[in-house]
Write a protein that binds this ligand. Structure first.
Ligand code: PLP
Length: 273
């Protein structure tokens, strides 16, 4: 497990994402995983959501310049071992994040790996990314990503491919990889026909299949964020992408098994050290 050896200063990692007032997903989930995995969590807040276990009732975006400035001032001082993006809300925020990542040496061809979790909607169907931002996401951010980690709803929005089986999952991985990331991860957790949660990872030449048992629980709020956060931590510790994803998959599976009810809706995943 990737934990900083005792006595060493924790490496900084950053999440560029939205706040979840209910504490289950977004920045709050990311910081929980960062801390549990021995890393120093930094944040660039993109939006403040008004949210509880029943859903997102609204959000306010942060000015794009302020989002970029958060990344810049942390990169210039604290230093960052890896970065993840989550909810980015709008095209202007995506543009600002992409430009700042390029300027701060963050991305697939730079020193600092970038995990892009293309959050489009909450599990309740509340929209977290403007429709008009999909082109910007594909054109400006995907080409910078070390790994992209869409779920099947996000795959449909981004590539137009409806993943229903292993063959269409491969088609989707190829289509996502064509958009420019080093690796495309197609999460199969929403393939409701399966007893397993089959994820597929692709780098343009090699398919890596990662399968875990499906944990059947309504309390899976923040599962996608937690997976991407754990990938980010493992990359910061120098793991290869396939090893980082395998680690993160085990991490989130354990978190789902330990998830607890909270409120009247969906409780949060509960990653445990
Ligand atoms: N709220 C914020 C701020 C998020 O970043 C995300 C997720 O990725 C969600 C809500 C949605 O999480 P879930 O799909 O687990 O409800």
């Amino acid at each position: 497990l990737p934990v900083a050896p005792e006595g060493t200063t924790p490496v900084g990692v950053m999440t560029v994402a939205g706040s979840d007032s209910g504490g289950g997903a977004g920045i709050q989930a990311d910081l929980r995983t960062f801390a549990l995995l021995g890393l120093h969590g930094c944040v660039a807040v993109t939006a403040v959501t008004v949210q509880n276990s029943l859903g997102v009732s609204g959000f306010q975006e942060i000015e794009p310049d302020t989002v970029a400035a958060q990344i810049r001032c942390v990169a210039d001082d604290i230093g960052i071992g890896a970065v993840k993006t989550g909810m980015l809300a709008s095209a202007p925020i995506i543009d600002a994040v992409a430009a700042q990542c390029r300027a701060s040496g963050i991305g697939r061809d730079a020193a600092v790996p970038l995990v892009v979790d293309p959050v489009c909607a909450s599990m309740h169907g509340n929209q977290l990314l403007a429709d008009s931002a999909l082109d910007t996401l594909r054109d400006n951010l995907f080409p910078l990503a070390t790994v992209v980690s869409p779920n099947l709803d996000e795959v449909r929005l981004i590539t137009g491919i409806d993943v229903v089986d292993a063959a269409t999952q491969r088609d989707a991985a190829k289509a996502l990889h064509d958009l420019g990331p080093s690796w495309a991860l197609v999460k199969g957790g929403h393939l409701r026909s399966s007893d397993e949660s089959p994820d597929l990872l692709y780098d343009g030449s090699e398919f890596v299949e990662l399968t875990h048992e499906r944990i059947d629980t309504p309390h899976d709020h923040g599962a996608g964020d937690t997976l991407a956060a754990a990938i980010t931590c493992a990359l910061a510790h120098g793991y290869t992408v396939p090893d980082a994803v395998a680690f993160a998959k085990a991490w989130v599976t354990r978190g789902l098994a330990a998830a607890y009810p909270l409120g009247a809706g969906h409780g949060p995943v509960n990653p445990l050290w």
